[in-house]
Design a protein around this ligand. Structure first.
Ligand SMILES: [Mg+2]
Length: 248
């Protein structure tokens, strides 16, 4: 038995601005069972508060402390690492989280002791070159997701595409990844709320991020795989979110 359920968001509870059918009900059912519901997303384009607000507008019970997202986690990571001049490539939300954590930012990449890269939906021209990153500066990728699901069923380029572009520009690989499949956000949950990984059921739609994180951390996991469900190492596989009730 687990004490908490950590739901992935994109493609799991919602797509675009639309809650997926039955998702609000399943989350409500978990809460009525006394399970702590957490929202665990690699999103870097919204702040923790903005994600809580988005969920609440769709009918999910969500407060800021229920949300673990890459924008906030990257900022906490930067603060804990003691970076003193961070150059950020990404959305306004990522900068806002950095500032809220008291992380000093710089507009001069050459002066930075850390480069933090999140998704940049506007594809700023700076992505195409002209970087000089100090050889001893940290290079932190929020995540390496190559795509995310759009409302019309297409998949759009994700944070990983931006990270790859910046890696090419600076001539080296990111040396830290904050988001799934890294386990840092599960560590934050344990530190903040006291739920060890083994107590948290991770529910997601992506084996390479959601399930891989759970596997690394030793958390139980459920992969929601649709009708093409096949067996996956380290996770229970269910056809749809509605089947979650049978697992718990
Ligand atoms: Mg997903």
């Amino acid at each position: 038995m687990v004490s908490a359920v950590a739901f992935d968001l994109d493609g799991m509870l919602y797509v675009g601005e639309q809650a997926l059918p039955g998702a609000v009900e399943v989350v409500g059912w978990c809460r009525r069972r006394g399970l702590r519901v957490l929202y665990l997303t690699n999103s870097t384009v919204r702040t923790r508060q903005q994600i809580a607000d988005k969920l609440a507008a769709m009918g999910f019970a969500a407060a800021i402390e229920d949300v673990y997202c890459c924008s906030n986690a990257a900022a906490r990571f930067a603060r804990e690492s003691g970076y003193w001049q961070v150059y950020v490539i990404g959305a306004r939300a990522l900068r806002a989280e950095m500032t809220a954590q008291g992380v000093p930012l710089t507009e001069q990449i050459a002066a930075a002791d850390a480069l933090v890269v999140g998704h940049d939906p506007e594809w700023h021209l700076e992505l195409f070159g002209g970087y000089t990153l100090a050889h001893d500066a940290a290079f932190v990728a929020c995540n390496r997701d190559m795509t995310y699901p759009a409302a019309d069923g297409r998949r759009l380029p994700g944070c990983g595409v931006v990270v790859e572009r910046v890696e090419r520009a600076v001539g080296r690989r990111a040396n830290v990844v904050v988001g799934k499949p890294a386990t840092y956000m599960l560590e934050l949950i344990e530190r903040d709320l006291g739920f060890a990984a083994a107590d948290v059921l991770v529910v997601g739609d992506m084996e390479e991020s959601d399930i891989a994180m759970a596997r690394r951390a030793g958390a139980p996991a459920a992969l929601v795989a649709g009708e093409s469900a096949v067996e996956v190492e380290g996770a229970m596989v269910i056809e749809s979110l509605a089947k979650l009730e049978e697992l718990l």
